[in-house]
Design a protein around this ligand. Structure first.
Ligand SMILES: [Fe+2]
Length: 205
């Protein structure tokens, strides 16, 4: 069994930037469906999942029987991507990283503001459903990537540490077609303390 994370805040905690109804539906319905469908697809394949984290499954797709790979990409990616998304949002978001992580950001992007601008542009320009991510590679180098649908950067040996979900279900109830407004506002609730924790985590997938 692979599970969605416990939501680390109340449904209405991200108001006014992300509204209560959206969090309820997004976490309680959309993410729940990915979790349910993932576990259903993996029934009878316990020998392949035993002792493996979800990200290990996603990263080593070729080790899985072909008939379940698509379900693992779509529903497993759906659980993994959403778990990251909900884990880095907070009503008491720390507004800036610090220390070595901030140094690495400055080195790679010039400044935190530049990084935020690049990530904002990546999220706004992702065509159709998908995500923009801040990722680190095996040498802890940072970069920004976009992915379509529920594809995860984990599939490409990258470790995602921040993500912006730009599926319409993430913003449409409040923002309708104005994805850019949602992406600009989400910075108010992205917790750099949590992102920094993931950057500093040496644990490999
Ligand atoms: Fe989503």
């Amino acid at each position: 069994m692979y599970n969605k994370i416990e939501l680390p805040f109340e449904y209405n905690a991200l108001e006014p930037y992300i509204d209560e109804e959206t969090v309820k539906t997004h976490y309680g319905k959309h993410l729940q469906t990915y979790e349910t469908n993932l576990n259903k697809a993996l029934e009878g394949y316990e020998e392949y999942t035993k002792g493996k984290t979800l990200d290990q499954l996603i990263k080593n797709l070729a080790d899985l029987p072909e008939e379940i790979r698509t379900a693992v990409v779509n529903n497993g990616g759906g659980v993994s991507n959403h778990n990251l998304y909900f884990s880095i949002l907070s009503p008491n978001a720390k507004k800036s990283p610090e220390g070595k992580f901030l140094e690495e950001i400055n080195k790679t992007f010039g400044s935190l503001e530049n990084l935020k601008e690049e990530l904002t542009n990546a999220a706004i320009s992702q065509f159709g459903s998908g995500y923009a991510f801040l990722v680190k590679d095996k040498d802890s180098k940072l970069s920004i990537v976009k992915r379509v649908n529920q594809n995860s950067p984990v599939m490409d040996d990258l470790i995602p540490i921040l993500t912006i979900d730009v599926w319409e279900h993430a913003y449409y109830l409040k923002y309708k077609n104005l994805r850019a407004d949602y992406v600009k506002n989400i910075w108010n609730v992205i917790d750099w303390g949590k992102v920094q924790g993931l950057y500093e985590d040496c644990h490999n997938i």
